[in-house]
Design a protein around this ligand. Sequence first.
Ligand SMILES: Cc1cc2nc3c(=O)[nH]c(=O)nc-3n(C[C@H](O)[C@H](O)[C@H](O)COP(=O)(O)OP(=O)(O)OC[C@H]3O[C@@H](n4cnc5c(N)ncnc54)[C@H](O)[C@@H]3O)c2cc1C
Length: 314
Amino acid sequence: MERNRERMAEVREKSRLARELMRLLPGQVRLDEPMKLHTTWRIGGPADLFVEPDGVAGLAQALAFARRENLPVTIIGNGSNLLVKDGGIRGLVVKIGGGFRWLNIQGSRITAGAGTGLARLTGAAKEAGVGGFEFLAGIPGTVGGAVVMNAGAFGKATSDLCASVQLMDETGRLAERPGAALGFGYRTSNLQGSKLIVVAAVFRGTYREPQAIQAEMEDLFNRRKKTQPLGCPSAGSVFQNPPGISAGFLIERAGGKGMRAGDAAVSPVHANFIVNLGNATARDVLKLIEQVKIAVREKYAIELKPEVQIIGED
Ligand SMILES: Cc1cc2nc3c(=O)[nH]c(=O)nc-3n(C[C@H](O)[C@H](O)[C@H](O)COP(=O)(O)OP(=O)(O)OC[C@H]3O[C@@H](n4cnc5c(N)ncnc54)[C@H](O)[C@@H]3O)c2cc1C
């Protein structure tokens, strides 16, 4: 009885918050939004409040609202490196998407909004004859997600290109920060776990013939097609590579290929990918992550660390 009353009060409070935020940001707010619609794994419980601001001013308003109401804020891009737990996310989820999808090319310098997809960035760089971005082709993230994760492939990383970023802090203040101050490392930056939001990034490439760029992008994309299960929902590599060795190799050698928990399975194509065969839950994926870690620990005494960001509640 008491629990029921509490739940009713929670529902009423959530509806009030949604109504107020909707008044501030019409057309940009959703209540109890299933996060599975916003992750490439197609997994994730509901976000209490979800907003996709239509630009910098809307983002600042959403953050001010969250501060006023004491709501925790979670930032997402394209959700291609996220495992959202089945209980969903409390507070406010802010998607940096359509309102931040723009880019501007001046010589070999490309400035892009944080919601710009990497496919658009690499396509525009190719058209303009700006090389250096080829390795990003085929990574399904946004500019913001790529900076925060220092996304990389084939020996290159976002840090090689990133000259500076524009950041917004939780009070809505904007500041520039040079790439050299972002603490970039292997799939990491000091923006992870901070409350700073990437609003835009400036990249520096080098002049290159568009045909040469196209040829390299095709070659890298074909390599991906051969070695990765691109047709199935996933979040790319689940684990970071331990120093000097590939996590996929370790998992395969430890008998990981074919392991399964519910509808989550270690891909037979690439052992560092866990694919959603249809109705996988975050619980399935977490169970499988544990199984894989145990198998690798027992065979190699190596502790695999997840590369995917695990957020939300059970
Ligand atoms: C098929 C496939 C292949 C992949 N291949 C690669 C690969 O080769 N190399 C690689 O590095 N990754 C790869 N990934 C993983 C993923 O695409 C990258 O990590 C990507 O950079 C994540 O970007 P996102 O916009 O999807 O970020 P999200 O997954 O939405 O978020 C990732 C993290 O960044 C934070 N974040 C996102 N946007 C912002 C922002 N604007 N401001 C502040 N914080 C933000 C989030 O809070 C979260 O902590 C692959 C994924 C898939 C599904």
